[in-house]
Each structure stands twice: as structure tokens, then as C-alpha cells.
Ligand binder design. Structure first.
Ligand SMILES: [Zn+2]
Ligand SMILES: [Zn+2]
Length: 263
């Protein structure tokens, strides 16, 4: 178990610094040309909280992944042997590993999106909402809103799914490629960008407007559009929301904003 590897932490922080600068430049330009909300400031409401969560995440989740992976194996087998985990990560499930890398990638994305879709719906239920409301408290949204998650929310969400997919036997290199891809996609759907895809692409890939509806008040469509990447899941399970052309998501945030956001 390779915890608190200083080199790795510094690498992750500098990678996030580069992502922050690059994304800020790119999405500021996009918001100036194609804004979903006109005139929103770069340093909008809650910017510093979201920025702090973004950098905390750079250190926290890679460590959490290692601890959770080893913990789940130890608890589920009543046995802990680091070499068993290392061997499983190396060999995985032969049938999966025999697939070409791109096919594994597509399978990984489809299965993980399916699990994330149902976890997300669970977070909108009474039992888990308290850990998810922080994400929905954003009244001004841009790409950095992707970092606005309670740590527990992300543990039992993307971290948990990465552990499950590793145990299923996918090539761990998938995580190296797909974790940044998921991060970029999440930044994209949270951006202040008046972009929705034409049919049938709108059923295949999530757009910023598709996800912006998810952030509106419940009456306006808030309890819909749960899929992180593939809206076809919302279509299949009856939660897809795409009102008539021309109407736009306006009121973002919680139905009841006066509440504690952290527990
Ligand atoms: Zn949500
Ligand atoms: Zn969101």
C-alpha cells in the first residue's frame, strides 16, 4: 500500500494547478462567447470554497481510493494480503483483459455510468440527500462547480466506483486514462455554456444544458437528468427531462437554501 507518497501528491497538485489554469482560460472564453448566464463573474459566488475543494480533492481521493480498495478486500474476504490485491490488479479478469484497450474503455464507461446513475438517484433520496445538497447549493454555476461535493458524497460515488471497477478486473491503466477524462467531462457539463446537443446526440452524451436542468429547483426539472455522461440511462429509467426548444434552466440551487450544507 503506497500511501502519502510525497512525489505523487506533489505531482497531483501540480497537475490540478495546470488543469485549473487551463480550464479557467478555456471556459472563461466560452462563457464570454456562448454564456448560459450572461454577465456571471469569473470569481462568482462560492468560488473560493469550490477552488479549495478542487485542490483538497487532488490529494484526498487518490489516497481514499487506495484505502478503500484494500479495506473492501480485507472486509469482504476476512483476510488481508497485499500481494493478492497486487496480483489481481496485475492480472484482473482474463476475459476483460483480452479485449482491446478501446473496447475495455467503452465497457468501463458504460458500466461505471450505470452505477453512478443509480448512486446519484440514491443521493436524491431522503437517506443520502444531506451529503449531496452541497453540490446542489450552487446558485451560480461554472466548470469549477464539478468540485463542489461533500467529501462523503465523492467517497460513495466516483471513488467507490473506481474501486468496484478495479475489483471487477479492468486494467488499472483505465483509471489513469479515464479519471482525467471524467474530470474534464464533469467540468464540461457544469460550464456556463449555452450548449445542448441536437437529436439523437442529446440522448447519447450529456451537455451543459442537460446537466443545468438537474441543478434547477425541483419544480423546474431538478429531480431529473441524473446520468453523468450517457442520458440514455435517464430515458430508459424515466428521468430524462428536456423541455420544448427555447426554454432554458433559470433558477439554480436548493428549494430551501437556508440549511446547513455540510451535514
Ligand atoms: Zn444531483
Ligand atoms: Zn452537477
Amino acid at each position: 500500500m503506497n500511501l502519502f507518497d510525497t512525489q505523487q501528491i506533489i505531482g497531483s497538485l501540480s497537475q490540478h494547478m495546470a488543469i485549473w489554469i487551463g480550464m479557467t482560460l478555456f471556459f472563461t472564453m466560452v462563457a464570454a462567447i456562448f454564456p448560459a448566464v450572461h454577465g456571471q463573474k469569473i470569481f462568482r459566488k462560492d468560488y473560493l470554497t469550490d477552488l479549495a475543494l478542487f485542490f483538497v480533492g487532488a490529494v484526498f481521493y487518490s489516497q481514499a481510493f487506495i484505502i478503500m480498495l484494500h479495506g473492501v478486500v480485507a472486509i469482504s474476504t476476512f483476510y488481508y494480503n497485499e500481494s493478492v490485491i497486487a496480483a489481481h490488479m496485475k492480472d484482473g479478469t482474463p476475459a476483460l483483459r483480452a479485449l482491446p484497450f478501446w473496447a475495455q474503455g467503452i465497457l468501463y464507461l458504460v458500466i461505471s455510468d450505470f452505477i453512478l446513475y443509480w448512486l446519484h438517484r440514491w443521493y436524491h433520496s431522503a437517506s443520502l440527500w444531506r451529503w449531496h445538497k452541497l453540490h446542489h447549493s450552487a446558485t451560480e454555476m461554472d466548470w469549477l462547480t464539478m468540485a463542489r461535493f461533500h467529501p462523503f458524497n465523492l467517497l460513495l460515488y466516483s471513488t467507490f466506483v473506481s474501486v468496484v471497477m478495479t475489483l471487477v478486473g479492468f486494467d488499472p491503466a483505465m483509471l489513469v486514462w479515464l479519471a482525467p477524462a471524467n474530470l474534464i467531462y464533469s467540468a464540461f457539463v457544469h460550464a456556463n455554456w449555452d450548449l445542448e446537443f441536437p437529436r439523437p446526440l442529446n440522448y447519447i452524451l450529456a451537455s451543459p444544458i442537460f446537466h443545468r436542468w438537474h441543478h434547477t429547483h425541483t419544480k423546474e426539472g431538478g429531480n431529473s437528468n441524473f446520468a453523468p455522461t450517457f442520458p440514455v440511462l435517464d430515458v430508459l429509467f424515466g428521468t430524462y427531462y428536456h423541455p420544448v426548444a427555447g426554454s432554458k434552466p433559470v433558477n439554480l440551487g436548493l428549494d430551501n437554501p437556508k440549511q446547513n450544507l455540510w451535514w
